[in-house]
Design a protein. Sequence first.
Length: 484
Amino acid sequence: MPSAFERRVQPQRENFVRETEGDDASAHGEDVGVIVLARKARRVEVVAERGADTGDLVRGDLFALPRTAEHDAAIGGTRGHCAADREADRRLYYVGLVMTPTVVISARGEDRVQSGHPWIYRADVASARASGGEIVEVRTPRGRVAGWALYSDRSQIALRMLSQREAPTGEAAIRARIASAIAFRESLKIDATAYRLVHGEADLLPSLIVDRYGDHLVVQALSQGMDRLLPFIVSTLNDLLHPKGILARNDPRARVLEGLEQRVEVLSGDVPESVTVTESGIEYDVDLRRGQKTGLFLDQRENRSAAAQYARGRLLDCFSYNGGFALVLGRLCRETIAFDVSEDAVARVRQNAQRNGVAVDARVGNVFDELRGLERTRERFDTIVLDPPAFAKNKAAITNARAGYKEINLRALKLLSPGGTLVTCSCSYHINEAAFAELVYEASVDANTPVTVVEKRMQGRDHPVLLGVPETYYLKCFILRKLA
Ligand code: SAH
């Protein structure tokens, strides 16, 4: 941040001249020195430089030089910063320049910023005078300040906008955003001790995730910029929430695209092997280090409670993970069967079921096979939940993903008794709500059954959707009723 840079010790003249091909001082905000021929005031000729590129200096940041060549004292504020070399009539100036890391974007990038989208792709970066992970000033092709962003020198997402304003976004602003995100969650009066505190872009903290699990916090920094800010974020969270421990679940693959290491580590305090949280009256043991996402699928909490209003009879929970739907809905059902392909997940369902006194028949199995098997044996269910992993992780996978979603919805509708409820979800943002509705409709046509929409839902309110940014609306959840 510009304000944080301090003047460095001035280099020796000899070093200065020899170091002219040194590293890019502009990227580090170092003092920049230039030797100028000062005879012609206002038409300064740069003879040697240390640090940043002369062209950059004269065109941009060193605008003051022509004037000060005429009047030495103006540079750096003191004469001490200017050493005369009478013979050549050259003057050496040490200029305490604060070189703001800057990225210039293309016209298309500018349109994107104006539309409010927080991501600027590498193809829309015209030039960058910054190093990866810095907070940079974003300029339009015409030189206007378009805002401030986290810069990545590796990811296809080169810039993640922190603000679309001219004023710099510094640590104070980031702290205020974290505080505001926390205050919003507190205002929701969530019936759980585990929920999301910071949801990245939708909290104006791009690529930062903070989840609360009781007295412990789990953070994810998914860009170079957020990674660099982590120590500040950890001290802010300690300050605001006084957690017993903060764990970094920095193992998502997204970090590889940023050239960052994948690692899980305790950043502050202590984090036990397993923590206990409650959600809608159900207690869970959560393994924060190895559990999926940051431990639990917190984004489904409100959908579980909503679905519980319709749950009855025989329940089938497909893709159960550690039993979120099976436990909340199972309390209201006569019999509950849960399927997950992961043995660890099924072991957790059993453990959580026992702990909460809910009878769940948890089985290891591939849902695609199991649904067909249940159809063959003519089983019937009154309530079915489909909560698969994201089938479309990228655009290339959309066709197969559509076929997968349609298949499980078709099978589930066939297994459902008339009047029964299907809770069907998709967390692929590459398949939007309309596309998901379309393929569930196609499944109902193939199953030859009329279906009504009881509720159209999405991720919980602690995972807000940022309008105009489709990537932030990923979880769709429809509660449907099979009529006949
Ligand atoms: N419903 C859960 C979250 C489900 S996450 C909750 O409310 O917490 C998706 C789960 O699907 C994961 O646990 C994963 O192990 C499981 N899974 C992925 N592919 C599967 C398949 N073909 N058959 C069964 N389970 C699968």
